[in-house]
Write a protein that binds this ligand. Structure first.
Ligand SMILES: Nc1ncnc2c1ncn2[C@@H]1O[C@H](COP(=O)(O)OP(=O)(O)O)[C@@H](O)[C@H]1O
Ligand SMILES: [Mg+2]
Length: 51
């Protein structure tokens, strides 16, 4: 559901985050990456993309 107040939990519910999601997945698979930081203003989808 698009208009609920909670972080999204599925890829299908995420809007326009394909590039960001691919960047995170690539970093997760890269053994040389030691730390991933997701930063941004509140309510811009950080928890959603993390989940
Ligand atoms: N790209 C997005 N696609 C779908 N819903 C989003 C997106 N970005 C934010 N939202 C919605 O906005 C609200 C705040 O998102 P949330 O992930 O909690 O942000 P943050 O953790 O950055 O504060 C939630 O209702 C979330 O579902
Ligand atoms: Mg959050």
């Amino acid at each position: 559901m698009i208009f609920d107040p909670w972080p999204k939990e599925t890829k299908e519910d995420l809007f326009d985050f394909d590039e960001e999601l691919n960047t995170i997945i690539k970093a997760l698979r890269d053994p040389s990456v030691r730390l991933i930081i997701i930063k941004g203003l509140r309510r811009t989808g950080k928890s959603s993309i993390l989940r």
